[in-house]
Design a protein around this ligand. Structure first.
Ligand SMILES: Cc1cc2nc3c(=O)[nH]c(=O)nc-3n(C[C@H](O)[C@H](O)[C@H](O)COP(=O)(O)O)c2cc1C
Length: 320
């Protein structure tokens, strides 16, 4: 049975609810009109202290846009995207119907499986073919992924120590984190205790300290086998952040398919001084959007449960 184009777009917007977002803020809203739908950022769910320019908000919307296109393809529709420079951030047109192939359906499954795992990574380093696949996935969306060498990892560790400490010392930032993180999160947003390690794992580069001890067992050992990468690109405007979010989603789905774990670390891009330091570390060749820890998923232990999501009616409007 062929679903109507409007139903297919609504299903795609529904699939986009699974996208990752900073502090699980889900700062997006879809308006479906017949054969097209518009994507808007929702400033009410922007992190005003940690993300005053909206960089991470728009990046999260880009991940939702990519998820929506995967969802649309699984409904058997090809999407064409226009990215106006202002609001809406994107308009998705459902153009041509053709039955979804097994690869498309597998990508839809990957949306459901992908999640953030803050446990220490396993001792198996990320294979070079996997790294290359992630670099290629980012490039397909116009972004670059630079995997750091050993010296750069040590520089990153220092940067994150400084950015993390600066955020911890800022009362308003601490209060903002506390609004979104910790507890059971029954209202459908934020990061629940079950996704936060009970103790920060031993790492070279510190994980984000959310200021609460969660209930996730971080696992033994030191994550020596983790690799670190910077997602970056040519511009530092909202359209570049949107594309970076699409790249993040694409590479995270590839990683999930290949048994690799991705953990975004955004504190160094939240503060001007550490974002500039990251840029200098890249040799001033581009603008950093996000730092990622890459590792091999632990095949023996299931990761944390899925984080909550807002109900569809809060993020999807069917206008006709
Ligand atoms: C732009 C962006 C920045 C993020 N920054 C961090 C971070 O600094 N530390 C962290 O532990 N998780 C970070 N995350 C992961 C989110 O907290 C996670 O995607 C969200 O809680 C939803 O959970 P899920 O990915 O398991 O679906 C980030 C995600 C995105 C998209």
């Amino acid at each position: 049975m062929t679903v109507s184009v409007t139903d297919a777009l609504a299903a795609a917007a529904d699939a986009a609810r699974l996208a990752p977002s900073v502090h699980n803020t889900q700062p997006w809203r879809w308006v479906v009109h017949g054969d097209r739908m518009e994507l808007f950022a929702v400033p009410d769910r922007q992190l005003r202290e940690q993300d005053p320019d909206g960089r991470l908000m728009v990046l999260s919307c880009g991940a939702a846009l990519h998820h929506a296109l995967v969802g649309l393809a699984a409904e058997g529709w090809t999407g064409r995207v226009e990215r106006p420079a202002a609001e809406p951030l994107a308009v998705v047109y459902a153009e041509k119907h053709e039955p979804a192939d097994p690869h498309t359906m597998q990508r839809m499954q990957l949306l459901r499986v992908r999640h953030t795992d803050r446990r220490a990574v396993s001792e198996e380093p990320v294979a070079s073919e996997v790294r290359q696949a992630l670099v290629d996935a980012a490039r397909a969306h116009g972004a670059q992924l630079h995997v750091l060498d050993r010296d750069q990892v040590l520089q990153l560790a220092v940067m994150i120590e400084h950015s993390g400490a600066a955020e911890q010392q800022d009362e308003r930032m601490r209060a903002e984190t506390a609004t979104w993180v910790g507890g059971a999160r029954p209202e459908g947003t934020g990061v629940p205790d079950a996704a936060i390690p009970s103790e920060l794992p031993l790492t070279t580069v510190a994980e984000r300290d959310f200021g609460v001890a969660g209930t996730l067992s971080a696992g033994p050992g030191h994550d020596n086998a983790a690799a670190y990468a910077v997602l970056y690109g040519d511009g530092d405007e909202p359209m570049d952040w949107l594309a970076a979010g699409e790249a993040l989603s694409e590479l995270w789905l590839s990683a999930t398919a290949l048994g690799a774990a991705v953990l975004p670390l955004s504190s160094p891009v939240e503060l001007d001084f550490s974002r500039q330091a990251l840029r200098r570390m890249l040799g001033d060749v581009g603008y950093p959007y996000l730092v990622l820890r890459l590792g091999t998923s632990d095949p023996d232990h299931a990761g944390p449960p899925h984080t909550p999501r807002l109900p569809a009616e809060e993020v999807i409007e069917i206008a006709g």
